[in-house]
Design a protein around this ligand. Structure first.
Ligand SMILES: [Mg+2]
Length: 169
């Protein structure tokens, strides 16, 4: 099985997307405004071309369960085949100190726990944060300046993700 570890902020939204709003959408009551239909359509292309399943690695997993995530994304036009989410490995004391466990460690933990169960043959990570980097598997959606107007999951990232997910090692 091919697995995509999915981040949300900086992947399915970007600075360009937020230009349409005068005020920052409330993350609790206007959650859907944080998802770009254009970028969701790009995610659908990756899903269609690879048949991969998806593990949520975004911080959104702390606020929504997979059913809620699936519905919100479906409303934006992408049918995400979620099979799980990574564990949150930062405890409260670490968070209080600002010592967050690097996201790639949460991803490695999921692979360690589930690789056999899901017969993982290839995996890719899409994230704007280099803390998610596992070399040869990572595709970064923002490169360099986070305040560049264009970010998010774009054509070049689709190609890189498809290449990783369909590779025969
Ligand atoms: Mg992000």
């Amino acid at each position: 099985m091919r697995i995509l570890f999915l981040d949300i902020d900086g992947v399915l939204n970007d600075e360009e997307h937020y230009k349409q709003f005068e005020e920052w959408p409330d993350p609790n009551t206007e959650t859907e405004k944080h998802l770009s239909e254009e970028l969701c359509a790009n995610l659908q292309k990756v899903l269609d071309r690879t048949g991969c399943k998806v593990v949520l690695s975004s911080d959104w997993r702390k606020h929504f369960d997979l059913e809620e995530m699936h519905k919100m994304l479906l409303d934006k036009g992408v049918d995400v085949p979620f099979i799980g989410q990574t564990l949150v490995l930062t405890n409260e004391m670490q968070a209080w100190r600002g010592n967050y466990v690097q996201r790639h460690l949460e991803i490695r933990r999921w692979l360690n726990d589930h690789k056999e169960e899901f017969n993982v043959t290839q995996f890719a990570i899409v994230d704007d944060d280099p803390a998610a980097n596992i070399p040869n598997h990572y595709v970064q959606t923002f490169e360099g300046n986070k305040f560049e107007p264009v970010g998010g999951l774009r054509e070049e990232h689709i190609e890189k993700l498809v290449e990783i997910l369909t590779s025969t090692e």
